[in-house]
Design a protein around this ligand. Sequence first.
Ligand code: ADP
Ligand code: MG
Length: 728
Amino acid sequence: MPSVREQIALELITPSPRTYEQLKPFQFGENTFNDRVMREKLPKDVYKKLIKTIKAGEKLDLSIANSVAHAMKEWAISKGVTHFTHWFQPQTGLTAEKHDSFYEVESDGQIIERFKGDQLVQGEPDASSFPSGGMRATFEARGYTMWDPSSPAFIVEGPNGGGILCIPSVFISYNGEALDKKTPLLRSMDAINRSGLALLKLFGNKTATRVVPTVGTEQEYFLIDKRFFNLRPDLRVAGRTLLGAEPPKGQQLEDHYFGSIKERVLAFMQDAENELYRLGVPAKTRHNEVAPHQFEIAPIFAEMNIGADRNQLIMEVLKRVAARHGLALLLHEKPFKGVNGSGKHNNWSLSDSQGNNLLDPGKTPEENLQFLVFLVSVLKAVNDYGDLLRASIASAGNDHRLGANEAPPAIMSVFLGERLTEILDDIKAGKEIKRTEEFIIDLGISQLPSILRDNTDRNRTSPFAFTGNKFEFRAVGSSASISMPNIFLSAAVADSIDIIIKDIQKELEKGTEFKAAVLSVLRKFIIETERIRFEGNNYSKEWEEEAEKRGLPNIKRTGYALAALIDPKNVAMLERQKVFSREELEARYHIKLEQYVKTLDIEADTICDMIQTKILPAAVEYQTRLAVAIKETHAVASVTNGLGLEILIDSLNKINATISELHQECQKLKALLKEGLTIEDIEKQARFFADRIVDQIEATRRPADQLEAIIPDELWPLPKYSEMLFML
Ligand code: ADP
Ligand code: MG
């Protein structure tokens, strides 16, 4: 009788012809309350006011709320929607929703469909179980959600028709403290807007009314057959395999990257994209990634808050649609040991109200100079707040990936490319730049080349690379919300811009001519930020050593990396930019530490449980078989001359030793876990987990993985890497 594993494998090897549902014909964005719908459904004056709120980032005029709510409800009901929810991002990294139906009871007992302005604008979820880092306990008992009109409302279709109207919202306490990730994200956009506009003004720009960060994410993920997933408690509970021997054929052959996409995967991708298109998410590229069964999806970029919402939606839709296709979608940063993990490239730039990319080198000398100021502000942000950026991407999952020769290390550095490096070096040296065909600009005191887009020399190993007209932050984990890294990056850049403006003004007050003043300030910060510029191989040992010499931090584990969240210099900057208060940061620090400890606690529990209830029984079964075989072989030894007996005894000794090692490591892990869980100070606890538990989980895994290689295949109770990663 084939085992369950074998049955699945057989079925996957010779699948019955698969039938796929026909894709629905669609109109892009048809499930969003977008500009077209608003123009059509709203009274003209209401539409105008709402657009003003959205475009200028202004506060919502409450007098129009009823009208908007009514139109939204009518539109939603016409599409079969029965419920609405305020859709928000609590600090768990997921999104939260609580569904309410449109039905209400009239005084005469009649049931009618109603959705009023105040229901649209404000909700009050009983959200007492969301992590708040003790904030609501200190300030207020409850928080409330508030509509963020800058991100369009959308409909999530029910599995069998019907649907839910989702209203993108922020989640705040009665005193206005941010309990979610969206509120500080919006605040950091305000900060960039303030400082970015001031800088444009300094450069004589009279037309721009707004400066806004833009974000586009490249999302990586794994797909495996759902039945294998269901047979693995570690994947179900912890999102990653805590056990599993590396397969003989891994990614060594490098035949997966950009390879042709399998039919079953393509059907899933098309289905997911269809749903995303209807939600107004412009999915643009899809391809196979480096590891087997690893893939990537990237949408067209958008303003930062919309970009963040979209990434959240992408993760949700991918998961949901995968399940429909009998697939499990893994967002974990390192689901399989010895196989490349998943990340998320966070592409970030700045745009003005005319849609000009401010990190796109210009064509005129003025544009070039202005570009350089924005560029150097980003360098300064990474130089001064690299620790904060590191903290923003810290998680138990991402720790497995960073610095593991597949992703950048935990050292924050910037790659600029040869051309820009040359230009900055020339400015630093105060050099006259020679005129050639493209070097056309005479700046009086110095000359500046017109900077061509540097797309040629991309360094894939850099955690933070300039890629022609945007920065690409590559160290973000695949399962994480992109909010925190973008909040810190935007706030830090805003702060750098403020400082640079002040310095330029000081120079101007001394009577220095404008271009000279700018160049001299640039020169100062180019020198100051030189230590974080690195063009070489970030994965190399030499870089780690070099970075240490340069004084760049390399904090490998989350238990330590998070401390930057409450570092006085960082708190001061974030308060100065009105992005976070000290209390909000402390709350986040605690939540993150708790999440880290909980994740490791769950992993330790799960691995012990799997060993006890799955691995050891299988090992003992094999042990018994061997013992019986030895006994029986012994009985006929005189006949067979004892042939084979030695091999059997060898095997038995080996399995005995491995079982005993596994048992010991497991006991050790349990003891450490017990000790760790008694530590009351969360900071100390997180560090204990970082120092002791992480490595002990690995140590416990080792003998189990050895057993996998010696126990008969039919007895092995878990799907193997060779099945999960090579069968779809
Ligand atoms: P690569 O794989 O070479 O990094 P992709 O084309 O796969 O490039 O992804 C680039 C990502 O960067 C896309 O999500 C794209 O929308 C985004 N992007 C492009 N321009 C900008 C910009 N100005 N601001 C933010 N994101 C951008
Ligand atoms: Mg990329």
